[in-house]
Design a protein around this ligand. Sequence first.
Ligand code: HEM
Ligand SMILES: *[C@@H]1O[C@H](CO)[C@@H](O)[C@H](O)[C@H]1NC(C)=O
Ligand SMILES: *[C@@H]1O[C@H](CO)[C@@H](O)[C@H](O)[C@H]1NC(C)=O
Length: 320
Amino acid sequence: MHLIKAIIFQFIILTKIASYASAASTPFSSTPSISTLINQQCWPWYAIRDLLRADVFDGGSCAKNARAALRLTFHDAVGYSQAQEDLGKYVGGGADGSILQFPQELSYGLRAIITTLSSFVANYPLATSTISFGDLVAFAGTLGLSYCSRAPEMMFYAGRPAAKGPAADGLVSGPEDSADDMIARFSDAGFSADELVALLASHSVAAASTLDAAILGAPLDTTPEKFDTRFFNETLSKGKLWPGTPNHYGEVMSPARGQVRLQSDFVLARDARTAPAWRRYANDADLMRRDFAETFLKMTLVGQNVSELVDCTEVLRSSI
Ligand code: HEM
Ligand SMILES: *[C@@H]1O[C@H](CO)[C@@H](O)[C@H](O)[C@H]1NC(C)=O
Ligand SMILES: *[C@@H]1O[C@H](CO)[C@@H](O)[C@H](O)[C@H]1NC(C)=O
């Protein structure tokens, strides 16, 4: 079964590459001709985009894999420490794809998407020359979110080199962490308290599967398929009940059955350093989208030198 699937996958990819290759010499084709691109180095990403949409994102839906790919960008990028770098110690290269490249890096419930994206690369014939793991993590997260309704317009840069090593354990904030710990950890990774809040707009398209086994996949707000302000709004209300079974690690009471409230979101919604931004986003969808897009781009560039990367945002904007 797996072998047959792999063969079909190879076939689809080769056909797809062939169709793009012929499109390159066919100026009036509906697929992009390489000479019409803003940046020719972005060309392979059109094919990768279509293959990911078909094979990983169910034809372009804001579902499980889109959410997991988005969360993966965070776990990859936060594997960086300014303080350790200042001491001359390497604990991780940030948004470098190490979470895909090094199986020993902790995966925090992201094993399924790691496996899916790793086999995607393994099956892609141009893998070694065109896709780095770092680019793939950033691209898949960005593309996945673009399928959610009301998603902001995000940017994508390509050209990240291979990761130098796995990120050390203990760099990813967990749902049981205090506001002090989360704010300090994000600061060490290069993000202010306000930027942490902006990034948490991602929890608007989120569900939890590692906390309460009785309600696997329960959303963090009432509209997990929409990138809207409900997450910020709802986390401000009073928690009334345990949505599944009581007292799980990293979880607090939520406003509705079947909806999970992370302890981390609960404390950040109420901490004096993060509450003002939290309340602003609850009431301003445009601001939330704008700040998220900007801060998310910054997150996908942690540890990278943007002047050495190529802006391939055109791949996300192109109607082709
Ligand atoms: C203080 C920082 C953060 C903490 C403590 C945290 C914690 C969590 C936890 C516990 C879950 C549920 C996982 C599960 O049980 O399956 C989750 C889901 C998620 N998180 Fe975060 N998170 C943080 C920041 C971020 C950031 C910066 C992003 C930005 C990309 C992000 C994106 C997501 C997404 C998209 C999901 C949903 C995953 C899914 O539905 O499969 N998180 N987060
Ligand atoms: C959340 O939204 C509801 C309904 O639109 C509104 O009544 C409430 O005031 C909002 N809460 C906050 C804290 O913004
Ligand atoms: C970033 O790359 C540019 C272009 O190669 C280079 O001039 C610059 O010194 C680099 N910056 C850092 C901080 O490495």
